[in-house]
Design a protein around this ligand. Structure first.
Ligand SMILES: *Cc1c(COP(=O)(O)O)cnc(C)c1O
Length: 391
C-alpha cells in the first residue's frame, strides 16, 4: 500500500472507531421543550412576529453571550445585512472579509451594493489574518477626513467582517487594533460561533455589531433564524426598528420613518430557540467531548492533523476539521468519496469567495493560504448527540 492511500484507510478506520456509520455532518436535536413551546404558539395563536418567545429568546441570547442586547432576525444573512446598514456602510463602499467563508458573508455586502474585499486567512485560526490585513491596508489605503479610502479604487473602505470559521475564534485583539488604526467598523460574523470564547469573552462582543445564525445545521437551530448582538443601546434600538419595517410604534397608525426590513424572527421559531438555548450548555459539552475523542484518535494518523482551537480560544467545535498535509492534499477527493461511501458524511471547505464567478472581480490581496487551506480541509461529522456513542 502506498503512503498515500494509507491516510485514506486510516481516516476511515478512525471514523469507524469514534462514531457510528450513517450520520450526517451536523444534525439538530430536539430533546427538550421544543414540542411544548411550539404547541403553546399554536394553541394561543401567537405564531408570528409578536409574541413572548421572541423577547425571551433575545434575553437568553444576551445572558448567554454577555452582550447587552440581542435582536432576533429571520436568518443570519439578514442579521449581517442589517449590521452593515446599521454600521453606516453604503452602496459602493468596500467591506473587508476573509476569502474563506460561507457565501452569506459576501452576499450580505454585495446584496446592498457594497463590494467585498477579500483578505487572506491564517492556518492557526482558519480565520482572517490580522497581520496580513494590516500590511495590505498599509499598502493600499489612506485615512481621509471621511474615513479609510482605497487608493487604488477610490472607494471608501467602511467595515471589516471577520468570520469565526467552523466556530474557531479569529485572533480578535490584534484585529480590533487594526480596525481602530484604519477607522473600520468591526462587525463579527459569529454565525458559527455561539458558545465560542476569545480569552474568556464570548465572541460577538468585540465588534460594534455581530451576527449569529440558527440555521438547521448550526449549534442550535430555530429552523431558520439569526440575531444581531451589540453592546450599544442606541444601535440596539435602531436594529429593532430597522428589522421591523421601521414602523413608528402606534396603536393604529402605519407610519414608517426610513427604508426598513421585514427581518423579525417569528414567535414560532423563537419558541424553538428558547427550548434549544436551554440545552446549549449540554450541546457544547458533548461537542467538546467529541472533539477530544477525535483529537486522541487522529493523533496517531500521519499526513494529517485534527484541527484544535488556537491557544487564545475556547471553541464550540461547531464543525470538526481534518487538515491534510500539503503532500497528500491531492487525495482530498478520494477521501471524501471513500468516507461518504462508507456512511460518514464529510465535506470540503467552501470554495473561497474569489473563486466564485460573481466575486472573481472583487478587490483582494494575495490569498495563498485561503487557496491552500481550501484544498486541505475536510469537515467530519460533528453533531452533539454523537458523543453518547463514545462515552
Ligand atoms: C450560516 C452562516 C451565515 C448565514 O446564516 P443563515 O442563517 O444561513 O442566513 C453567514 N455566515 C456564516 C459564516 C455562516 O456559517
Amino acid at each position: 500500500m502506498t503512503g498515500q492511500s494509507r491516510v485514506c484507510e486510516k481516516i476511515l478506520s478512525v471514523l469507524g472507531d469514534v462514531i457510528p456509520s450513517g450520520v450526517s455532518l451536523h444534525e439538530p436535536e430536539f430533546a427538550g421543550k421544543e414540542w411544548e413551546y411550539v404547541k403553546d404558539c399554536l394553541d394561543t395563536g401567537w405564531v408570528s412576529t409578536a409574541g413572548k418567545y421572541v423577547e425571551t429568546f433575545e434575553s437568553m441570547l444576551a445572558d448567554f453571550t454577555g452582550a447587552k442586547h440581542a435582536v432576533a432576525t429571520v436568518n443570519g444573512t439578514a442579521a449581517l445585512h442589517a449590521c452593515l446598514v446599521l454600521a453606516g456602510v453604503e452602496t459602493g463602499d468596500e467591506v473587508m472579509m476573509p476569502a474563506l467563508t460561507f457565501v452569506g458573508t459576501a452576499n450580505a455586502a454585495a446584496g446592498m451594493g457594497a463590494i467585498p474585499h477579500f483578505v487572506d486567512v491564517e492556518e492557526r485560526s482558519l480565520g482572517l489574518d490580522p497581520v496580513k490585513l494590516d500590511a495590505h491596508l498599509g499598502a493600499i489605503a489612506e485615512i481621509t477626513a471621511d474615513g479609510c479610502r482605497n487608493k487604488k479604487t477610490g472607494r471608501k473602505i467602511a467595515a471589516c467582517v471577520p468570520v469565526h470559521t467552523f466556530g474557531h475564534p479569529v485572533d480578535l485583539d490584534p484585529l480590533v487594533e487594526v480596525c481602530r488604526k484604519f477607522n473600520l467598523t468591526l462587525i463579527e460574523d459569529a454565525a458559527e460561533s455561539l458558545g465560542s470564547y476569545y480569552n474568556n469573552r464570548h465572541t460577538g462582543n468585540f465588534g460594534r455589531l455581530s451576527a449569529l445564525s440558527f440555521n438547521g445545521n448550526k449549534t442550535i437551530t430555530t429552523g431558520g433564524g439569526g440575531a444581531i448582538l451589540t453592546n450599544d443601546s442606541e444601535l440596539a434600538a435602531l436594529a429593532r426598528h430597522l428589522t421591523t419595517t421601521a414602523k413608528i410604534a402606534h396603536k393604529w397608525e402605519y407610519r414608517h420613518d426610513q427604508v426598513g426590513f421585514n427581518y423579525r424572527l417569528p414567535n414560532i421559531n423563537a419558541a424553538l430557540g428558547c427550548a434549544q438555548m436551554e440545552q446549549l450548555p449540554r450541546f457544547l459539552d458533548q461537542k467538546r467531548r467529541l472533539a477530544v475523542a477525535y483529537a486522541e484518535a487522529f493523533a496517531a494518523v500521519e499526513d494529517m492533523r485534527f484541527f484544535t482551537e488556537p491557544d487564545f480560544a475556547k471553541s464550540n467545535y461547531w464543525l470538526n476539521v481534518l487538515l491534510l498535509d500539503v503532500g497528500v492534499a491531492d487525495l482530498r477527493d478520494d477521501i471524501l468519496g471513500a468516507t461518504n461511501a462508507q456512511g460518514f458524511m464529510t465535506r470540503p471547505a467552501w470554495a473561497p469567495m474569489h473563486q466564485l464567478p460573481m466575486y472573481a472581480g472583487c478587490p483582494r490581496m494575495d490569498l495563498g493560504v485561503s487557496d491552500d487551506l481550501c484544498r486541505r480541509i475536510i469537515n467530519i461529522p460533528s453533531s452533539a448527540q454523537l458523543v453518547t456513542e463514545i462515552s
